[in-house]
Design a protein around this ligand. Structure first.
Ligand SMILES: CC(C)(COP(=O)(O)OP(=O)(O)OC[C@H]1O[C@@H](n2cnc3c(N)ncnc32)[C@H](O)[C@@H]1OP(=O)(O)O)[C@@H](O)C(=O)NCCC(=O)NCCS
Length: 179
């Protein structure tokens, strides 16, 4: 832990199957119900997840988790296809929040998604938090689907991600149960 209270020596890495139980325990500890833990389990086991990363302390404690799932989409008009992922959920252990871990996890995973050739990332979350990572509610107005409003934001990772819009999107089936 540094002087300003941020944790500098955490490891951010991709999830391995051996991490699944620890991630489920983390999610159960962060949220009031088991809905998020069940959502992640279902997304993982229906093959919808594009990327999962975890933040791990030097002593092996799991401090954070983030998941991205495939968003199927059709372009409206003559645009080329785009690869779209949805960020949900991102979860930092209670007591470890507001120390910069969520920011590091989101920045690291957005960089990885770029390497994985994703064009656009969608999120439904606090408008006071996500714009700092490139998420934009105005851009998301060109993403037509079940969500709209200030909390629905889109972050382009490539030129296609901002140019090849509008699109019509469908989220992975486990989200239907979550709403
Ligand atoms: C939201 C969350 C992922 C942020 O991660 P974090 O490590 O706590 O946040 P960071 O330290 O990276 O960033 C701190 C900033 O985030 C803001 N922030 C934290 N949680 C927030 C929330 N729920 N709503 C709005 N802003 C929030 C803080 O006010 C702070 O803002 P500032 O930099 O302007 O002072 C984490 O607090 C969390 O897991 N919360 C519970 C689960 C949740 O709400 N997940 C989001 C679902 S998409």
């Amino acid at each position: 832990m540094s002087k300003d209270g941020t944790i500098s020596d955490i490891t951010i890495r991709e999830l391995t199957p051996a991490d699944e139980k620890a991630v489920a325990a983390l999610l159960l500890s962060v949220y009031p119900s088991d809905m998020e833990a069940r959502l992640v389990h279902k997304l993982r086991h229906c093959g919808a997840l594009v990327l999962e990363q975890v933040a791990v302390a030097p002593d092996g404690a799991f401090l954070g988790h983030i998941a991205f799932s495939r968003v199927t989409n059709t372009t409206i008009g003559a645009n080329q296809a785009v690869q779209v992922a949805c960020l949900a959920p991102v979860s930092i252990r209670a007591g470890e929040q507001r120390k910069g871990i969520g920011s590091r996890l989101i920045e690291s995973s957005m960089k990885r998604l770029g390497e994985l050739q994703e064009d656009l990332v969608l999120v439904l979350g606090p408008p006071s938090y996500f714009p700092r990572f490139g998420f934009d509610a105005d851009l998301a107005k060109k993403v037509h689907g079940p969500y709209a409003g200030a909390a629905f934001m889109a972050a382009p990772l490539t030129e296609a991600g901002s140019n090849n819009l509008p699109i019509e999107v469908t989220f992975a089936t486990p989200f239907e149960e979550f709403d």
